[in-house]
Design a protein around this ligand. Structure first.
Ligand code: FES
Length: 94
């Protein structure tokens, strides 16, 4: 839908506010990329007993949802370690 809007505006000579976001020549080097990399590195180096089975980031306990959450790519696990959300593909080994 967005690409149709961008192409339609392009044909009509209008400036589309989303054109830069979807431009094939956009740069992926953004400040949040460095922040995400730093957070992942800190998580990987954090001493903890509970690790995500996906790539090994330190899991954080979410007291409101009562789940184990991985800050790296977003999967969640029940209190007992059963997988709720991807991208992890298996349960925790507790
Ligand atoms: S390391 Fe936890 S989801 Fe990738």
């Amino acid at each position: 839908m967005v690409s149709a809007m961008i192409l339609s505006d392009l044909v009509q000579g209008k400036k589309n506010p989303y054109a830069d976001v979807f431009s094939p020549s956009r740069s992926i080097l953004r400040p949040h990329l460095a922040v995400n990399g730093l957070e992942a590195m800190v998580s990987l180096l954090t001493p903890t007993a509970k690790r995500c089975p996906h790539l090994g980031c330190a899991l954080k306990w979410n007291p409101q949802a009562r789940t184990w959450d991985c800050p790296c790519h977003g999967p969640r696990f029940t209190e007992e370690g059963k997988l709720i959300d991807n991208p992890a593909t298996g349960n925790l080994e507790l």
